[in-house]
Design a protein around this ligand. Structure first.
Ligand code: BES
Ligand code: MN
Ligand code: ZN
Length: 499
């Protein structure tokens, strides 16, 4: 989709559909949507009188045959209450509006810049572009009659837009970020027949070539040299070989800080010998969503070039039952030297992650974030609304929570009391890989914590948020790409702090 800004009155722009907003209660046309001309204003006024619900948040109404307007149709978006209208709601409104435009087969859609208090003009235009690009995402890679209506062009209109150069930069940044999220969504939506560890590595190579990141892909023999037995145990049941992808971005050579982003890359989780029930097992093609979020984030970071150093590690494997598979009762010596008793082969994610963490420490990481579709317990606790955090460090978890608030990707910090540790103590090894049903998200986090040493660390459990079964706002049915925007925002914030 092409995106441009024009500094004119909204009524003067020629397009198939023009998006304008109305706030609830005050029943006023959003200030930015003003100057709509006498006729359109009175049409909207009478709509507000006849159908007051059209100004409720997320409602869209179509106004046909407005004269005195360059647009063929007007899409009137309800913005809800003025003082509850946040940047994330701008993203949601833009997503809903662009889908309304698509439904009308509009090719060129124009939008006013909504009025969002406490946000700069530049933040609002970025939110509009992100919402539009995220909200018009479709995954129809496997449809043979793929005849969907695509909007070709978004025109952002207003009389007081920033200078063209500033605007172009805002558009560019917002589009890089949203396209990167859509890449993460694609990776997650693809079936495991295509999105194998080798395919994840090809995508990573592509990103490295496009953006100039360093890349390394470890194969099974390399992993054996590093004694990554926790990762290898998970992989050994599958006929498809595992790999460990490393992408490195050096944006601040003067600094010794190296942030590690570690994403779970299970391309299919059958549960292994501790086999999952067959119902919905197909959803476990998405068990690499953490890895996808990290790849998406690295793409954006590679293009945006913030002043930070980041290493991304994505351990990729299938988890399959077979005659060669690891079994409950096995004891494994992880790369760190710590031994792990396998209670369930379905608690595989934490096994990959801890070897990747040990490797991150070996190559000099100073702070760690891991992101994973780790526990069903997180879906029970927080549903599809928020991701669960577990951390060993107040300041570092606050940084991640701050970034998550900026992006609207909701996250909630779980407690990390030492009492929980007893649940993962093993009788015959150092640790066991499952702490049972109670507090499953926390005990999974605390298992990982045993491997980070004294480095600041945050674990993000996205089991509930990485996909959804209904379209809502800028998230479509299927993969959400959650986490990518927060990781990007974090990198931008850290770069800001450094300069
Ligand atoms: N990939 C799953 C977690 C999951 C569940 C992700 C639902 C997305 C939706 C993970 O590998 C898993 O199977 N976890 C087990 C852990 C248990 C055996 C300790 C779980 O949550 O049941
Ligand atoms: Mn599992
Ligand atoms: Zn899993």
């Amino acid at each position: 989709m092409q995106i441009e800004g024009v500094i004119v009155s909204p009524t003067d722009v020629f397009c198939d559909a023009l998006i304008v907003g109305v706030f609830d209660e005050i029943v006023e046309i959003d200030a930015m949507s003003q100057a709509l001309g006498k006729q359109l204003t009175s049409l909207i006024d009478s709509m507000l009188r006849d159908q007051p619900e059209c100004c409720q948040f997320g409602e869209s109404s179509i106004i046909h045959y407005a004269t005195e307007v360059g647009a063929k149709r007007v899409i009137l978006m309800g913005l809800g209450k003025k003082d509850e209208f946040t940047l994330d709601k701008v993203r949601e409104i833009s997503a809903i509006a662009i889908r309304a435009g698509k439904k009308l087969s509009s090719k060129t859609v124009a939008t006013v810049v909504f009025n969002c208090k406490n946000a700069s003009l530049s933040e609002v235009t970025q939110a509009i572009v992100q919402g539009t690009v995220l909200g018009s995402y479709e995954f129809n890679h496997y449809k043979t009659d793929n005849k969907d209506n695509k909007v070709d062009k978004l025109i952002v209109v207003g009389k007081d837009l920033p200078r063209a150069a500033v605007l172009a930069q805002d558009f560019k940044e917002a589009k890089i970020i949203a396209d990167s999220v859509n890449l993460a969504r694609d990776l997650t939506n693809h079936p495991s027949s295509y999105m194998k560890p080798s395919q994840m590595a090809l995508v990573a190579r592509d990103i490295a070539i496009q953006t100039g990141l360093e890349i390394n892909v470890m194969d099974k023999a390399n992993m054996e040299n590093h004694k990554m037995n926790a990762l290898l145990s998970v992989a050994q049941g599958s006929d498809i070989p595992p790999n460990l992808i490393t992408l490195k971005y050096n944006g601040n050579p003067q600094s010794k800080e190296l942030i590690a982003f570690i994403g779970k890359g299970i391309t299919f989780d059958s549960g292994g010998i501790s086999l999952k029930p067959s119902e919905k097992m197909g959803d476990m093609k998405g068990d690499m969503a953490g890895g996808a979020a990290v790849l998406g984030a690295m793409r954006a970071i590679g293009y945006l070039q913030p002043k930070v150093n980041i290493v991304a590690l994505i351990p990729c494997s299938e988890n399959m039952p077979s005659g060669r598979a690891f079994k409950p009762g096995h004891v494994i010596t992880s790369m760190s030297g710590k031994t792990i008793e396998i209670i369930s082969t379905d608690a595989e994610g934490r096994l990959l992650l801890v070897d990747a963490i040990t490797y991150a420490r070996k190559i000099g990481a100073t702070k760690i974030i891991d992101i994973a579709t780790l526990t069903g317990a997180c879906v029970v606790a927080l549903g599809n609304v928020a991701s669960g955090l577990v951390s060993n460090h107040d300041d570092w978890s606050q940084e991640i929570l701050k970034a998550s608030m900026q992006t609207g990707e909701k996250m909630w910090l779980m407690p990390c009391y030492e009492e929980y540790l007893s649940q993962i103590k093993s009788d015959i090894a150092d640790l066991k890989n499952s702490g049972g049903r109670m507090a499953g998200t926390i005990t999974a986090g605390i298992f990982i914590k045993q491997f980070v040493g004294d480095l600041p660390w945050v674990h993000i459990d996205i089991a509930g948020t990485s996909d959804r079964d209904k379209t809502k706002g800028y998230n479509l049915k299927g993969a959400t790409g959650v986490g990518a925007r927060t990781l990007i925002q974090l990198a931008l914030n850290l770069a800001e702090n450094a300069s």
